[in-house]
Ligand binder design. Structure first.
Ligand code: NDP
Ligand code: OXD
Length: 319
C-alpha cells in the first residue's frame, strides 16, 4: 500500500493545544505541526493536504504539491489574501458545535438588549430597585445579514425566542415563516430592522459595509426606540469610528461586538467604555480543535474515495 503523506498543520490555537490534538488525529498518515520549530527545515514537497489558519507566506513554495487546503476556521478571509495561494480546492470548517455556540451568542446578545441587562447591572451596582417593562421579543424585528450556515441557525433560534426575524443575503433565500431580501433590497431590509445581526464573511463587497450610512437607514422609533447593532462576522466589515459616533449621538441605542478591525482591540479604544456596548474577544464560537481535525479526516476520506468535498470555498465569491 502506498505511504500516505502527513497533513501539514498551522493553526491559531496554542502550540500545546495543537500538539495535544495531533497526538490522536490523522493516525493513518501522521502530521507535521508547522508551529513546531523542528519543522522549519522539513521537506514538505510530498504533502497532499494542509490545515491552515494564517500560514507563512513561503508555505506554498515549500509544499508545491498540495491537493486540498483546509481552513482552520469557518471564515477564509485570512487565507484568501495569502500571496501564492495555489488554485486547488479549499474547504472551510462547518461544525455543529461551532454553529450552536454562535447561535447561543447571538440569541444572548439580542435578549441582553431586549431586556436592558446593561441598565439592570448599572442599577444593581448602585443597589437601585428599578423595575422595567420593555417590549417583548415579538415586538422587535431582528434583521440577520448573512443567511449562511451561521445566519440560518441563529435566525431559526431567534424565532423560537419569539423575535420577528428577517434576513438578507446575496441571493434571496426561501425560508419558511421568514421575510427575506436579496443584495439589491438592502434599504427595504434595513428600514424594518430594530436589531441588526451581522454574520457576513469578509470580502471586498462586505468590507466596511456596517458604516454610518447603513446605521442611519435602520428603523428608528420601533419597540426598542433606537436600533442596535450586533456583529460576529468579521471586524473589517465594520467602521469602528462610525459605531462609536452612532452610539454617542444616539443613532444606535447599543451594540454587541465580537470581532474588530484589529484584534485584540487596543486598550485605549473608545468602544470599551461606551454605554450599552458589549464587547467579547472573538470567542462567540471558537473552533474546537478535535472537531476541526475530525472534520478534516472525514473530508480527506471522502476525497480519497472519489466523493465530492463538502463546504468548498467559491474563490470568485471569496467565501
Ligand atoms: P456562509 O458562507 O455559510 O454564509 C455567508 C452568508 O453571507 C451567505 O448567506 C451569503 O449569501 C452572505 N453574503 C456573502 N457576501 C454577501 C454580499 N456581498 N451581500 C449579501 N450577502 C452576502 O458563512 P457562515 O455562515 O458559515 O459564516 C459567516 C462568517 O462568520 C464567516 O465567514 C466568518 O467570518 C464568521 N465567523 C465568525 C466567528 C466568530 O467567532 N466570531 C466564528 C465563525 C465564523 P448567499 O447565501 O447568497 O451566498
Ligand atoms: C472562524 C472564526 O472563522 O473563528 O471560524 O472567526
Amino acid at each position: 500500500m502506498p505511504v500516505k503523506s502527513p497533513v501539514l498543520v498551522d493553526l491559531k490555537f496554542s502550540p500545546a493545544t495543537v500538539a495535544k490534538a495531533l497526538e490522536t488525529a490523522f493516525a493513518d498518515r501522521g502530521s507535521i505541526n508547522l508551529a513546531d520549530p523542528s519543522s522549519k527545515g522539513a521537506d514538505l514537497s510530498h504533502a497532499d493536504y494542509a490545515l491552515l489558519w494564517k500560514p507563512d507566506a513561503d508555505l506554498f513554495e515549500r509544499a508545491p504539491n498540495l491537493k486540498v487546503i483546509f481552513s482552520g476556521g469557518a471564515g477564509v478571509d485570512s487565507m484568501m489574501s495569502i500571496a501564492g495561494l495555489p488554485d486547488i480546492p479549499m474547504v472551510r470548517f462547518v461544525d455543529r458545535s461551532l454553529t450552536t455556540r454562535m447561535s447561543e451568542w447571538v440569541v444572548m446578545q439580542c435578549l441582553m438588549h431586549l431586556r436592558d441587562v446593561q441598565g439592570h447591572l448599572r442599577n444593581q451596582r448602585q443597589h437601585l430597585w428599578v423595575q422595567q417593562q420593555g417590549p417583548e421579543a415579538a415586538d422587535v424585528t431582528v434583521g440577520v445579514m448573512g443567511l449562511g450556515v451561521l445566519g440560518c441557525d441563529a435566525a431559526a433560534k431567534l424565532k423560537v425566542m419569539g423575535f420577528n426575524v428577517i434576513g438578507w443575503s446575496r441571493n434571496r433565500k426561501q425560508i419558511d415563516g421568514m421575510q427575506t431580501f436579496d443584495a439589491g433590497e438592502l434599504d427595504a431590509f434595513l428600514a424594518q430592522t430594530d436589531i441588526l445581526v451581522g454574520l457576513l464573511p469578509l470580502t471586498p463587497e462586505t468590507t466596511g459595509i456596517y458604516n454610518a450610512s447603513l446605521f442611519s437607514r435602520l428603523r428608528r422609533g420601533g419597540a426598542l426606540s433606537r436600533p442596535v447593532f450586533i456583529n460576529a462576522g468579521r471586524g473589517k466589515s465594520q467602521v469602528q469610528a462610525d459605531i462609536a459616533s452612532a452610539i454617542r449621538t444616539g443613532v444606535l441605542g447599543g451594540a454587541s461586538l465580537d470581532v474588530f478591525d484589529v484584534e485584540p482591540l487596543a486598550k485605549g479604544d473608545p468602544l470599551w467604555d461606551l454605554e450599552n456596548v458589549i464587547i467579547t474577544p472573538h470567542d462567540s464560537a471558537v473552533s474546537e480543535e478535535k472537531a476541526l481535525m475530525g472534520h478534516v479526516e472525514e473530508q480527506i476520506a471522502r476525497f480519497e474515495r472519489g466523493e465530492p468535498l463538502q463546504h468548498l470555498v467559491d474563490r470568485s465569491r471569496g467565501y
